[in-house]
Design a protein around this ligand. Structure first.
Ligand SMILES: [Zn+2]
Length: 298
């Protein structure tokens, strides 16, 4: 989730096309946000990240367009799973959580990736990707929902677009400082993407996604304890040697802190009776075990 950020987003082939899109966005927006230029000279790159946390200079329309273009490029790099039972289940669970979110006025898309590693991620515009390996690991609907809810929360919190905004600022600084050589601007943006600025959210954004994710689960009638339960699985993995979790964990705040914060969020919620695991979850798991357990291992 972006609890699990997919390292695939940092692949160079995707990056080249992606940063061209970003550059065109960058060029279109620089004149609109000239005031930010001043800030460039006052802040280092790392400071920009914190100074401008929460700023999104894109409109929803721009975000949807960017997300759409990005998803097309991204999906050329991924093996998308089209199993109708799995997709129906994941989409239905995802839309249930979206309905309970604070940003349900944009369309969300949920796709399953044929990848056995434990990972999920979201990109701007409501595109959420969940790896087969993660679905396999979840032992309850609440655990699976917790991951999906966290990803939805990144879209709700517009974290991807905040990162994009930061890149605009940093790229603009570089170009202006060195005489606006366009190729240099492109190099800066490319470098920022390769460093994972686009997909690696700040600690604050991650904790916000945890908090919003838990609230969405609560509102949807899904027991938020599933989030803690899944985090504990991650913590146990951390104790082991190199694991499938290691990469996604490296982009997130310490799991112990996330567990502590999630308990605080959960206990602050009103008392409520949550739904039991839907029968469709068990059907989906059986289907997964029958069809994907032994085959399709990447
Ligand atoms: Zn995340």
């Amino acid at each position: 989730m972006t609890m699990f950020h997919c390292i695939l987003l940092e692949r160079k082939s995707t990056l080249t096309k992606t940063y061209l899109i970003m550059i065109s966005q960058f060029k279109a927006l620089t004149s609109r946000y000239l005031f930010l230029f001043i800030c460039l000279f006052l802040n280092s790159c790392s400071q920009v990240g914190s100074q401008f946390s929460g700023i999104n200079m894109y409109s929803t329309r721009e975000e949807l367009e960017l997300g759409y273009q990005y998803s097309i490029e991204l999906e050329k790099q991924l093996s998308i799973n089209y199993d109708s039972l799995l997709n129906q289940y994941i989409n239905s669970l995802g839309q249930r959580l979206v309905k309970s979110s604070n940003r349900n006025n944009i369309p969300y898309t949920f796709k399953i990736v044929n990848d056995r590693s434990i990972n999920a991620f979201a990109i701007p515009g409501g595109y959420c990707y969940i790896n087969l390996g993660l679905i396999d690991l979840a032992e309850s609907e609440a655990e699976l929902a917790s991951v999906i809810s966290h990803e939805i929360a990144h879209v709700v919190g517009e974290h991807g677009m905040e990162n994009m905004t930061k890149q605009q600022i940093i790229g603009f600084a570089g170009a202006m400082i060195l005489g606006a050589r366009p190729t240099f601007t492109e190099e800066i943006i490319s470098s920022i993407i390769q460093r994972g600025v686009l997909t690696n959210f700040s600690r604050g954004a991650e904790l916000e996604a945890d908090r919003l994710g838990i609230q969405q689960m609560h509102a949807a009638g899904i027991d938020p304890i599933g989030f803690e339960s899944f985090l504990k699985k991650m913590r146990d993995q951390e104790k082991g040697e190199s694991s499938q979790f290691s990469k996604m964990l490296s982009t997130h705040p310490p799991t112990s802190l996330r567990i502590k914060k999630s308990i605080e969020t959960r206990t602050s919620l009103s008392r409520k009776k949550y739904d039991a695991d839907d029968e469709s979850f068990l059907n989906m798991k059986q289907h997964l075990n029958r069809n994907y357990k032994k085959s399709n291992r990447n």
